[in-house]
Design a protein around this ligand. Structure first.
Ligand SMILES: C[S@@+](CC[C@H](N)C(=O)[O-])C[C@H]1O[C@@H](n2cnc3c(N)ncnc32)[C@H](O)[C@@H]1O
Length: 363
């Protein structure tokens, strides 16, 4: 991918406010709505197939220019969705009753951003959905056609359980209730879940390390009007250069002027998901903003959250969370060359990062 040049001039960026044991995994999401080669087959088994064209099982070709990436892919083969859900979305992290908790913070970042009315359209893609749906609870009011994606079939199957309301699906009702509460529209949580299920049109395989992350001839309508991605890019990238390339890749899925809502870990280097121990590239808010600007975004908002001691539970070494709202520049034909960064965006970083409002938390 070559370096692009943005037509847009320098733009100051205001804003910056700153369970249970493993259960059966039967079934695969295919209620959609059409079938094709990259979509999970109905009732599919656990093996990767043409529908999941992934060289992830640990093979590292001699000539592989990205051996670190292959190691990441290999480590993910041990990822256990149920353990990941238990570690991060069941109490204590999944306790939504404390306003200082990480769950309420994430959900309000999303709810407040969608409440501006500026992030809307027809199509939205969630990048690296994993086994979770909370990240789409506010989005689903604003987009009729939602694509969920993940690298691992086990995660796509876990999503399928919830989407089809099958026995053993993770219970997200506390999250749905909380989102209805903070959105303040009096919507019943059951209606929120019904709408999300109806609007998720497909669950696809994705590899953010590929220049075409959804493959050629993807079933998702492209380019999308918006992207959401939570805890994916830094958790699948062995280093910052890889994170930047992955961001460039997913940005090709977004139309110019479209919005990206990016949530991720700050200063994290590993996390656990059952038998899997995953390596994470440690990020700080300045690096996040710089990467977004380099990929051709205007950063509209950047918020950070400090993980309180009571939520540091030994399942990872995360220190905080960032939330970024970024808009893809119109007239930007690719990532911005580093040498142009200082010239084109002399104050883009300080204007976003300086007024950061960190939510200090105590339990
Ligand atoms: C930390 S989990 C995030 C899950 C979820 N979005 C959340 O908010 O909790 C990272 C996800 O990235 C997925 N993943 C791993 N390698 C990937 C790749 N190369 N491309 C896209 N996603 C990948 C994993 O399967 C996993 O579901």
């Amino acid at each position: 991918m070559g370096w692009g040049k943005c037509n847009a001039g320098p733009r100051a960026v205001p804003g910056a406010a700153a369970a249970p044991a493993a259960e059966g995994r039967a079934g695969t999401w295919a209620a959609h709505k059409g079938t094709a080669k990259r979509e999970d087959p109905a009732g599919g088994g656990g093996s990767m197939s043409a529908a999941d064209p992934n060289p992830a099982a640990g093979a590292v070709p001699d000539s592989d220019p990205h051996p670190g990436r292959a190691a990441v892919a290999s480590a993910y083969q041990r990822f256990e969705p149920r353990a990941y859900l238990r570690n991060n979305y069941a109490p204590p992290r999944g306790d939504l009753s404390s306003p200082d908790g990480v769950g309420p913070w994430k959900l309000s970042c999303l709810a407040q951003t969608f409440a501006t009315g500026e992030v809307s359209g027809h199509t939205l893609i969630d990048i690296g959905s994993g086994p979770t749906i909370y990240q789409l609870l506010s989005a689903c009011t604003h987009f009729e056609d939602i694509t969920m994606t993940d690298f691992l079939e086990v995660n796509r199957r876990e999503l399928g359980l919830w989407l089809r309301e099958e026995p053993g699906a993770f219970d997200w009702s506390m999250y749905s209730q909380h989102v209805c509460l903070i959105e303040g529209k009096g919507e019943p949580w059951q209606e929120k879940e019904r709408q999300l299920r109806a609007r998720v049109k497909r669950v696809l395989h994705i590899d953010v390390h590929q220049p075409q992350p959804l493959g050629a001839g993807s079933l998702a309508p492209l380019p999308a009007d918006a992207l959401v991605s939570a805890f994916c890019l830094e958790a699948v990238s062995p280093d910052l250069a890889s994170f930047q390339r992955a961001l460039d890749h997913i940005t090709t899925l977004l139309r110019p002027g479209g919005h990206l809502l990016l949530i991720g870990a700050l200063e994290e280097s590993w996390y656990l998901a059952g038998e899997a121990r995953l390596v994470v590239v440690p990020m700080c808010k300045e690096k996040v903003v710089e990467a977004l600007v380099r990929s051709g975004y205007e950063v509209r908002d950047l918020r950070t959250y400090v993980m309180p001691a009571c939520l540091q539970t030994g399942v990872d070494d995360v220190k905080g969370i960032f939330f970024a709202w970024a808009q893809k520049k119109v007239g930007c034909d690719g990532p911005v060359h580093p040498a142009l960064m200082a010239l084109i965006y002399p104050d883009s970083l300080s204007s976003v990062v300086a007024p950061n409002k960190e939510i200090s938390s105590s339990c």
